[in-house]
Design a binder for this molecule. Sequence first.
Ligand code: ARG
Length: 463
Amino acid sequence: MAIKSKKVWGGRFDGETHKQVETFTASIHFDRRLASYDVAGSIAHARMLGKCGLLTGQEVEAIVQGLTEIAEEIAQDRFHYDAALEDIHMHIERRLIEKIGDPGAKLHTARSRNDQVALDLRLYLRDVIRNVREQLRTLQGVLVRQAETHLGTVMPGYTHVQRAQPVLLAHHLLAYFEMFQRDRERFADCLGRVNVLPLGAGALAGTTLPIDRAYVAKLLDFPQVARNSIDAVSDRDFAIEFLSCCALLAMHLSRQAEELVLWASAEFAFVDFPDAFATGSSIMPQKKNPDVAELIRGKTGRVYGALASLLTLLKGLPLSYNRDLQEDKEPVFDAADTIQQILEVLPPMLLALSFRPERMREAASSGFLNATDLADYLVRKGVPFREAHEIVGRIVRECLETKERLEDLPLSRLRRYSPAFGSDVATFISLEACVERRRSEGGTSSRLVGEAIRRGKRMLRQP
Ligand code: ARG
């Protein structure tokens, strides 16, 4: 029997669809990005139908051949799109029927667009997650390299954006390494839940036909098959989880970007952006702006927005599939694109940054960053910490008035505050000594940071 209507669901309908309805309901302008996944899913489905006796071997071959050609047409931009065909699934199916006739019309046996679209999105996210994880590995590799370069660079560590205690720049950079490591682990964990086959759920209840879901799972390399058909077509928690991972990652990226913006200011002058990663002003000739870092910070908003969209989209939906779910794709695509764009530009930029060790050191030398160490000195001589804190506080106050640094005070003046001060105090509170003494696990001493670098390299070799 020839198929008369243009719409795959046209049989039940007498009248034409209103033009505005076609435009309003169409998703082809964004879901065409899923074409290659849709084809891969359909090929696996067709092979399974063949194996189960629902298609002949010849029919399967015709379908596979036809779909392969369609994939090429799409890749080479020779494919014709038409809003009347709603989405990518119908476009491909229609084209297949046009090309090969009856066998093409059998492809949708034991399948619904509801399980099909869930499959496509999962296949797409699987690829994105794998790519993001590799990009994160590259970023972490750059952080390790910069840390190696700056194992000897002392900088002020901050709390409340106030100079607090001296740390190694390497230690500071490796803090981001750890954040991105957790991000990479989170995406791996998310992948485990994305990597579940929904196909075979049918519209919602399964199918009356004898299919083999395990076989499709094997062909498409899914370690698991969705256990409940209603769940399989209803939920998008896997996409929300992906967006949560993206939001957390974007937050980390944004913090680092913000710090680079601050550090590039004349007030800090801790870092120079190379020309290749900076931009100028259209009015102020002297300006060199860190726009890349600013945009990384700025793009975080849309990633958070995508997460909020999808959570809101899902919260009121009764089971199972609802057309609302078509709205899941744009936020997912946008967040995935944004994150991947950031992770493309950030590693080469980080690698090209020139940090300014002399400026960092200078900043670490004023502001009494060794005050805690001076108190610790007294603690080692038996003074209770609270008392030591009070004593050093008073010494700092005197130094603020006389514009001196703690390490410049002669012993005789220190002893006015406490008899516990001895001749070894000046070397005890030198910048290097303050850094090197922080040998508690996870601390900033160069030996520990050196170990952290080696450990980081080992972590990067793990999947
Ligand atoms: N374009 C649809 C989506 O993205 C595909 C599934 C449509 N299913 C349906 N029953 N209308 O969700």
